[in-house]
Ligand binder design. Structure first.
Ligand SMILES: [Zn+2]
Length: 424
């Protein structure tokens, strides 16, 4: 006879060692409960985890409950008292493992896999609502799985590292992210943004079959803290000041100049309505924006001049050869200074600061032409981080936030949802 118990036994993939002794649907709570008991043939297979010795049944542990995947729309729980075994040689007492157990006390492996799948697609809070669990429990599932998978990562091939500091909350809450620019994945993340983050990073490398000496190039912004960090921990590494940060800096200068020009009473309408135009490249403007830009009195608008400066700087990065790039960069700096002399109210002095910065860090900026490919992922880190923020909305501690960074960015090996219990 194919009883419902037998059917569920097959669906769960329980195999020969376990049986479902009770199957119950509580109409009031709308919950399904399966009681599972081991069969005698399970016991002789149990070996001592310390010395692989033979064991006897000692007793049964306390009643436990694991949430499993829903049965149709009903919450489903597995209940069991797992056998406790005693080693015949050393006397150690341990609990037999059940095939449905996840990494967390209250969930089956299949339920955890599904939760992870959901959290990959939506914010934790939303996933929690969807499967009717608290987000605290979902965070716990995420943290356990990420911790296990992260420990197994191997960094022995890593040679090019990108580092960036990112603000995770309003105010001054920063995390620093270290990434492998070739493998395009996050290696390490830690709260803070000072040079000590580098020491922590190097320590972590050692836990993943890697060492500081293998780092050949480091891509980063021009912050003093990171420069110090690299010098102290990876002195052999070549430092590249990456394109992404330099363009972002120039972009910010254009925005600052625009605001300053508005304060000075310059063409209010032209400036107020064009905030987004100045952040884009001409080829990305909408038709309407391009039209507006054309009608603006570009000659007299300092913001328009600053915008042209940004576009020119960007163009320099298209040059194939480093010698040419060097002379163009220096020419750019001279041009900015020249223009700034004649600009109203010294509005271009903000751009002169960018020029000074370029001159000061020229060697590192020119390294871009040597390590071109590796720079592409620096912007990728930033995009990845924006996704982390969306997924982690409402997170309550830094560890969770960093777990989410690894979850989204580290290419971890995590269990897939369609893995049945017995395939483990
Ligand atoms: Zn033993």
């Amino acid at each position: 006879m194919n009883t419902p118990e037998k059917l569920f036994h097959t669906l769960l993939g329980l195999g020969d060692d376990w049986e479902i002794t009770e199957l119950e649907f509580d109409k009031d709570s709308g919950e399904v409960r399966l009681r599972i008991h081991e069969l005698p043939c399970l016991l002789p297979q149990q070996r001592c985890p310390d010395d692989d010795g033979e064991t006897d049944l000692y007793d049964h542990g306390r009643e436990r409950e694991w949430r499993h995947l829903n049965v149709f729309e009903h919450k489903c729980y597995i209940q069991s008292r797992l056998p406790r075994m005693r080693c015949k040689s050393c006397g150690k007492i341990f609990q037999a493992k059940a095939p449905w157990e996840g990494l967390n006390l209250h969930f089956t492996a299949a339920f955890e896999s599904m939760s992870l799948l959901l959290m990959r697609e939506m914010p934790v809070k939303k996933a929690a609502e969807f499967i009717q669990e608290t987000d605290t429990r979902l965070w716990r599932i995420l943290a356990r799985h990420v911790a296990v998978a992260y420990r197994q990562l191997d960094f022995s091939e890593t040679t090019c590292v990108g580092v960036d500091e990112l603000a995770c909350r309003k105010g001054h809450n920063y995390v620093t992210i270290f990434a492998d620019l070739v493998a395009k994945r996050v290696l390490y993340s830690v709260p803070g943004k000072d040079s000590s983050t580098w020491k922590a990073f190097v320590k972590e490398l050692e836990k993943h079959s890697a060492k500081a000496e293998q780092i050949e190039c480091v891509s980063m912004d021009m912050s003093v803290a990171f420069k110090k960090g690299v010098a102290e921990t990876c002195p052999q590494a070549e430092v590249v000041f990456d394109k992404y940060h330099l363009i972002a800096k120039t972009n910010k200068a254009v925005g600052d100049i625009r605001r300053a020009e508005i304060r000075r009473g310059g063409c209010y309408n032209d400036l107020k309505l064009t905030r987004w135009i100045w952040l884009k490249n001409p080829e990305n403007l909408t038709e309407q924006q391009a039209d507006r830009l054309k009608r603006i009195d570009q000659e007299n608008l300092i913001t328009a001049q600053a915008y042209q400066m940004r576009l020119c700087l960007q163009d320099i990065y298209q040059l194939p050869r480093v010698e040419r790039a060097e002379s163009r960069l220096l020419a750019w700096c001279r041009w900015v200074r020249q223009k700034a002399k004649h600009a109203r109210y010294g509005l271009l002095s903000i751009m002169v600061k960018v020029a000074m910065c370029i001159e000061k860090h020229l060697a590192g900026i020119l390294k871009h032409w040597e390590h071109r490919i590796t720079n592409a992922y620096m912007e990728g880190i930033n995009n990845m981080f924006q996704m982390v923020k969306r997924r982690a909305r409402g997170y309550r501690n830094d560890e969770n936030f960093i777990m989410m960074i690894y979850f989204v960015g580290s290419k971890l090996k995590l269990p897939a949802v369609d893995e049945p219990i017995h395939s483990k």
